[in-house]
Design a protein around this ligand. Structure first.
Ligand SMILES: CC(=O)N[C@H]1[C@@H](OP(=O)(O)OP(=O)(O)OC[C@H]2O[C@@H](n3ccc(=O)[nH]c3=O)[C@H](O)[C@@H]2O)O[C@H](CO)[C@@H](O)[C@@H]1O
Ligand SMILES: C=C(OP(=O)(O)O)C(=O)O
Length: 429
């Protein structure tokens, strides 16, 4: 199977961005929602405002691989899932290893089939990305977790459970997908579950809303302590996926990089958390007008200090884009990456474009402002990809970004949307 790494993006820099752009539905909300929809044993779940991205296409393939009927109606941005006949507990490597969200199918498989076989979990390669919080939680609910190696040396993890039992669970740190997985597991477990140290991300709250609509009894979302009273069954419902705050943040930074004024339909300043404050300090002006966020930057960018943190802290997924933006700010910017230990591969690519960046472990110093020039650069992960698009928008000449599949994993029609604002970007296959 092609990995799609031959996709490239060509960006010609120099244009100011102006106009109106739509923020896509949230990748990190729709993926757990697809997992949740597999818990409904009857009826059809209808998810609206679904982003048309590669991760969603993989999730649809994975839902089909375990026996569900899943139809993605791209023009309507609507996904219809009928999970009445789940037939296989296996998350096959060729699909599951291409996106992190595959692991969010495990609770549904445990409840519906009594087991899940995980042949691989993908996602951006950001250093160590363990799943111990998830496995420990499932075990505390009565599941057994074993690793098996087949004759050809391929490993897989088998999680088995009769009826999962409620109990007291915790996350060592407030893991985003960890919270979602334990919430889903607890929703159909017998008895009451308390989950401590839960993630507060807006996507987690959106997933809770979907689960509640399906009949789950969940309280405490957004507080760090969540209580779930297990129920016997969940019902298929309709839900509209929240807007993607990371997509919104990248679009804000595109306007910040080029200057100009854009209106983001569906963006919420509140969802940007501390990132909004940091961008304001850099010189970006915001005006929230209902569901539309107006963004303008008409003075020189100032340097910034960024520490990534769980929500409402500065989102790690916006760290790469702000590194690119910092190259344009007049003076030294400091970035401290606290969530992932392998998220600075971008620095070398930006240096290739003329940036001056010193990396020391999980800290980086960006010495701005340096003029950027077009170059052939590599997207090492999704957010490196979006950061390089930002750099390409202001670089002199032409930038070619290889490994474009990563961008396609998380941004829907990014070239078309930016071109409508005045950019010059081509997706080359
Ligand atoms: C599909 C999805 O929603 N992806 C998002 C999710 O990833 P994901 O849910 O994988 O990220 P986590 O919040 O779980 O990870 C945060 C930190 O906890 C560590 N950890 C996590 C789980 C575990 O069992 N053991 C462990 O040690 C990780 O290695 C990492 O250092 O949140 C990240 C942090 O906001 C985002 O960058 C990703 O875009
Ligand atoms: C790290 C990311 O995603 P995933 O967890 O799906 O790899 C991301 O969205 O930047």
């Amino acid at each position: 199977m092609s990995l799609g790494h031959e996709v490239r993006y060509r960006v010609r820099g120099g244009a100011e961005l102006n106009g109106t752009v739509f923020v896509q539905g949230a990748k990190n909300a729709v993926l757990p929602m697809i997992g949740a929809s597999l818990m409904a044993a009857e009826g059809r779940t209808v998810l609206r405002n679904v982003p048309i991205i590669e991760d969603v296409k993989r999730a649809v393939e994975l839902a089909q691989a375990v026996g569900a009927k899943a139809e993605l109606h791209e023009a309507e941005r609507t996904l219809v899932i009928d999970a009445s006949q789940l037939t296989s507990p296996v998350l096959p490597e060729e699909i599951a290893s291409r996106f992190r969200g595959s692991f969010l199918f495990v609770p549904a498989l445990l409840h519906r089939l009594g087991e899940a076989v995980i042949e691989g979990v993908g996602g951006c390669n950001l250093g160590s990305r363990n799943l111990d919080f998830h496995y420990n939680g499932f075990k505390r609910m009565g599941a057994t977790v074993t690793e098996q190696v087949s004759d050809d040396g391929r490993g897989s993890i088998h999680v088995k459970a009769g009826q999962l039992q409620g109990g007291t669970l915790y996350l060592d740190t407030p893991s985003h997908t960890g919270t979602e997985n334990l919430l889903m597991a607890a929703s159909l477990a017998e008895g009451t579950t308390l989950i401590k140290n839960c993630a507060l991300e807006p996507e987690v709250l959106d997933v809770i809303q979907l689960l509640q609509r399906m009949g789950a009894r969940i309280t405490g979302g957004g507080t760090g302590f969540i209580t779930v009273e297990g129920v016997d069954r969940l019902t298929a419902v309709q839900h509209t996926v929240m807007p993607d705050r990371i997509d919104a943040g990248v679009l804000v930074m595109a306007a910040a990089a080029t200057g100009g004024e854009i209106s983001l339909v569906g963006a919420s300043l509140e969802h940007l958390g501390v990132a909004a404050d940091k961008l304001e300090q850099m010189g970006v002006e915001f005006a929230q007008e209902g569901a539309v966020l107006r963004v303008r930057r008409d003075r020189p960018l100032r340097p910034i200090n960024v520490i990534t943190d769980e929500y409402p802290g500065f989102a790690t997924d916006l760290q790469s884009p702000i590194m690119a933006l910092s190259c344009l700010a007049d003076g030294p910017s400091y970035i401290y990456e606290r969530i992932f230990d392998g998220r600075f591969k971008l620095a070398d690519e930006l240096v290739r474009m003329g940036a001056d960046i010193e990396v020391n472990g999980n800290r980086a110093k960006v010495n701005g402002a340096t003029p950027l020039r077009g170059a052939e650069v590599v997207a090492h992960d999704l957010r490196t990809g979006s950061a390089l698009v930002l750099a390409g928008l202001v670089a002199e000449g032409e930038t070619t970004i290889t490994n474009g599949y990563y961008l396609d994993r998380g941004h829907s029609h990014i070239a078309e949307r930016l071109n409508a604002l005045g950019a010059d970007i081509e997706r080359l296959v």
